[in-house]
Unconditional design. Structure first.
Ligand SMILES: C[S@@+](CC[C@H](N)C(=O)[O-])C[C@H]1O[C@@H](n2cnc3c(N)ncnc32)[C@H](O)[C@@H]1O
Length: 288
């Protein structure tokens, strides 16, 4: 973990993290490939068992019993341990958050994009338990993640219309599009007429990108900004960066994001220092 890097007249941001395999596409593709195989084989086993049960004229067991998605990788289980999905859901459905469904007209529900969606579980949670009924898109650069997210949502009636797409947030082409003022023109799922999504989510994706080496994470805040409409929100959850580091990364541009709110997590003391395992910051894009 690091402090703020020395200013050199250009953008001041926290020091980079040591690269790790969690910052590579190969790692995530192989992880979601395993999760998908595991999911499909438990689904098959579950179906076979139910057929046997049926032929024995027994009561049908709960369909989902063997169909849980695998949450055992170091990149996502840490968040679950710290109850991050539930904390983000609680924040997004509270009266602290201006786009919470209860505060919106039913025909003006916010649009949501989930960056690096993984198995899509944050979106399905918001749909099933958060009463978010507006358009939702989850993107990930791993095709296997997108396949897994689509498979997992198949069994959830409320989640059928969630769109999952393969998309690399850091494709160099986006920078060129931003320069030309043409960002989003060739992405069918991008709400161009609104100038972006009402809410963009990131849970662990900036973390993964920050571990990739090559310093490509420096480009991430600028791309994220283009995805959020003016006045909209970016809610980012991290286990690699502290709150102040996240703020430094995302508020560097004076026309960009400001800090709107933060989610509370339990604090712990270690070696005389106070810390927390996870942080979530809600940024708002300036409406200028
Ligand atoms: C730690 S996982 C988090 C997954 C999910 N958000 C969750 O909370 O379970 C990081 C995710 O970011 C994705 N990712 C990393 N770099 C990306 C990029 N450049 N473009 C799109 N997705 C990316 C990975 O494939 C992986 O699904």
């Amino acid at each position: 973990m690091s402090g703020i890097a020395e200013g050199d007249g250009r953008t001041v941001h926290p020091q980079h993290l040591e690269p790790s395999e969690l910052g590579t596409k190969e790692y995530w593709e192989s992880f979601y490939d395993n999760s998908l195989s595991h999911y499909l084989s438990s689904k098959r086993d579950g179906r076979k068992r139910r057929e046997q049960d049926k032929s024995l004229d027994e009561e049908d067991e709960d369909e989902d019993e063997d169909e849980e998605d695998d949450d055992s990788d170091p990149g996502t289980s840490w968040f679950t341990e710290h109850n991050a999905p539930q904390k983000v859901l609680d924040f997004m459905t509270s009266d602290r958050f201006p786009l919470a469904p209860e505060q919106m007209e039913s025909d003006r529900q916010p649009t949501i994009l989930d960056l690096g969606t993984g198995n899509g579980s944050m979106l399905t949670l918001l749909r099933e338990e958060g009463e978010y009924t507006g358009p939702m898109v989850g993107v990930d650069y791993s095709p296997k993640s997108v396949e897994l997210a689509r498979q997992l949502t198949e069994r959830i009636p409320e989640a059928q219309d969630i769109q999952f797409e393969v998309w690399d947030i850091l494709d160099p082409k986006h920078e060129e599009d931003i320069r030309r003022g043409a960002f989003g023109e060739d992405i069918g799922w991008f709400p161009s007429k609104d100038g972006g999504f009402d809410i963009v989510l990131d849970k662990g994706t900036f973390d993964a990108v920050s571990l990739s080496g090559e310093r490509i994470c420096e480009k991430y805040p600028g791309i994220a900004l283009e995805l959020v409409k003016k006045g909209g929100f970016l809610i980012i959850t991290s286990c690699n960066w502290t709150e102040s580091e996240l703020v430094a990364w995302f508020t560097g541009d004076k026309d960009g994001f400001t800090v709107y709110d933060r989610v509370e997590y339990p604090k712990f003391r270690f070696g005389g220092q106070e810390g927390q395992g996870v942080c979530t910051i809600c940024f708002q894009r300036r409406d200028i």
